[in-house]
Design a protein around this ligand. Structure first.
Ligand code: UDP
Length: 450
């Protein structure tokens, strides 16, 4: 790349993610040539729908832990799972993505004119003992807890980038991003705003972890992107910088606000607090104000309205897809029947299996029709989701259950799928998905329903 005589080139790692994709849109609007990199583990190509129509956007499926061969004057390093359920799902991948990813970026940027803008996080403060948190606070982090893969990974990446700055003069700009929300957050990413919005819109109970007195400060995506852009385009500076909206709310306050904005009659239910859940978090943004004149503009109510509108339309589209599937003969799918019975304890499993069955079909179709981009994306997501589902199935059926035979077949099929993927045998993948995986998942739906 590097067509930089007229347009400056920016590389965005994690381009298909929630923050990465908004950043891509902003950079394109500002006249950059943008290269987006993503391994699509948690990112979603639909986030890049607008960008992919722009001739100045170039997308590559790839992993930031591998050597990178892109010439860019600006590197935005945003690749890493960021929601607690995603980053805890594969802690090894999370930690290595942070640390090796930062190492790759340093290798790429050192010794030439290049600015690195690195997405760090308020999680580096852990469960903070200082409130609000200024950049000078060193944090209170458990090195071996459930969240450590993310917290310590991001802390180590900061160390690596800062050392590269000290030693080789690398222009590394570290941003500590506090809780951010907005359109394009994955409906199932498990974060509090996405969970509450989806639950309220679907009439399901809002899950309050703990007693709901813990607090967070929520920044709307456009405000965050504005801050990132200002950091990227100002003169070099040293040391990390907080970005976020200092308005602080308890989780209970947030739940009530979501209920009122969605006009939902959902109940609130308490669930156990996750381990090492920080009690309070609020950014001290004095530094960002002084250096960048940064000041978030969008209030929580305004931002939630925009976010809820986006979630509402995506939920409607999903629903329409489900209805279309039903019209194609899936209306009597036992899992869907079970799913309608809200008091059924296996509802969640049934829903997951129904979704998986549909996804096997979609993924098979993408492979068969040669839509490489969609095929690669749905394959990674499918295998990831089925792998996550396997332990839930084991718990539901127990080892001696007749269903265990079906589960062994499921595991064997995943292995065959992975071999076919390695061999890039798309026809075999489509066959496995459509003729073997789909009936198998449907069979499991039947077992759950009985
Ligand atoms: N939380 C909650 N219900 C949910 C999801 C999250 O009460 O359905 C709480 C969670 O325990 C935490 C806060 O909301 O105290 C923010 O969680 P999130 O996962 O959004 O981000 P975090 O700031 O913990 O990284």
């Amino acid at each position: 790349m590097g067509l930089g005589a007229i347009r400056r080139t920016a590389l965005v790692t994690g381009a298909a993610g929630f923050v990465g994709s908004h950043l891509v849109d902003r950079l394109l609007a500002e006249g950059f040539e943008v290269v987006g990199l993503d391994n699509l583990m948690t990112g979603d190509l639909s986030n890049l729908e607008n960008a992919r129509r722009d001739p100045h956007f170039h997308f590559e499926i790839g992993d930031v832990r591998e050597p990178l061969g892109v010439y860019a004057e600006l590197i935005f390093n945003f690749a890493c799972p960021a929601s607690p359920i995603h980053y805890q799902h594969d802690p090894y991948a999370t930690l290595t993505t942070s640390v090796l990813g930062a190492q790759r970026v340093v290798e790429m940027a050192r010794g030439r004119p290049c600015t690195v803008i690195h997405a760090s996080t308020s999680e580096v403060y852990g469960d903070p003992l200082v409130h609000p948190q200024p950049e000078s606070y060193w944090g209170n982090v458990n090195p071996i807890g459930d969240r450590s893969c993310y917290d310590e990974g991001k802390r180590c990446a900061e160390t690596l980038l800062h050392d590269a700055h000290r030693r080789w003069g690398l222009d590394a700009r570290i941003i500590r991003i506090f809780n951010t929300y907005g359109p394009r957050m994955a409906l199932d990413d498990g974060r509090v705003i996405s969970n509450f919005a989806v639950q309220a819109l679907r009439g399901a109970p809002l899950t309050i972890y703990g007693d709901g007195s813990q607090s967070r400060s929520f920044c709307y995506i456009d405000d965050l992107v504005e801050g990132i852009y200002r950091i990227a385009t100002r003169a070099a500076f040293s040391g990390p910088i907080n970005l976020g909206n200092p308005g602080e709310f308890t989780i209970l306050e947030l739940a009530k606000r979501v209920l009122s904005l969605t006009k939902s009659e959902s109940q609130l239910v308490n669930r156990p607090a996750p381990s090492d859940d920080p009690r309070h978090r609020q950014p001290d943004i004095t530094r960002a104000r002084e250096l960048l004149n940064f000041s978030p503009k969008i209030s929580l109510t305004e931002g939630l309205q925009l976010t809820i509108a986006d979630f509402r339309s995506r939920i409607v589209i999903l629903r329409e897809q489900q209805i279309a599937n039903a019209k194609q003969g899936q209306s009597d799918n036992p899992a869907e029947v079970v799913a309608r019975r809200t008091d059924d304890p296996s509802q969640e499993l049934s829903l997951a299996l129904t979704a998986m069955t549909a996804e096997a079909a979609a993924c098979g179709h993408a492979h068969r029709t040669g839509d490489h981009m969609a095929a690669a994306q749905s394959f990674i997501r499918f295998v990831d989701k089925v792998t996550r589902l396997a332990p839930a199935l084991e718990v539901a059926f127990g080892k001696g259950d007749p269903a265990s035979n079906t589960m062994s077949q499921l595991v064997a099929l995943i292995e065959q799928l992975c071999s076919a993927q390695q061999a890039q045998d798309t026809i075999r993948i489509a066959d496995l998905l459509e003729y073997e995986m789909q009936p198998l998942l449907q069979g499991l739906c039947d077992i759950v329903a009985t």
